[in-house]
Design a protein around this ligand. Sequence first.
Ligand code: SF4
Length: 208
Amino acid sequence: MDINKLIEILKEKYPNARYELDWDNPLQLLIGTILAAQCTDERVNKVTKILFPKYPNAQAVADADIGELEEVLKPTGFYKKKAKQIQDVCRALLENFAGEVPKTMAELTTLPGVARKSANVVLNNAFRIPSGIIVDTHVHRISPRMGLTKEGNPEAIERALMKIVPQDEWVQFGPAMVLHGRYVCTAKKPKCSECVLKDICPKIGVEN
Ligand code: SF4
């Protein structure tokens, strides 16, 4: 796969690609990213429409009655675990970062349950900082198909992508790959015949 061509085509197809979660500030994006685990963005957006006005900042989440918080989060699944995690995260933000979301990978990944993927989502999207490349379930699946890496775990895939994609493209590249995986290079029956990359993609392991 010609990486420069890939970057150019993805940019054209997904200009200003961004996550499909609704958010107005970095804390909301961080919380939305936690809630999106094993849940659709659409469902998360319905829940955060209620959650964010009710708990407008880290202090409000930290002080929340856990039962009430769980009730609001119920439709996202695994709501007890998620309620505890976002409360723990907000408490850590208050304790260590004056209630604000920090702007570095090293600081963000000190927060409970926050790994590189969620940290990249926040840094790339909310701060436009090229901290790394988002490797979610979609990027994980489609990178080997495109012949970009033979690695199998998210951190190794990210390292491989960071070597071949210029850093000033990372913020655009990750979200564009996510969208491409979500809508075109899908898990079952990727839509190769209508894909903008069909002429340059090696389609590794894809049966069509
Ligand atoms: S050509 Fe097929 S395998 Fe390659 S990116 Fe497009 S949909 Fe995925």
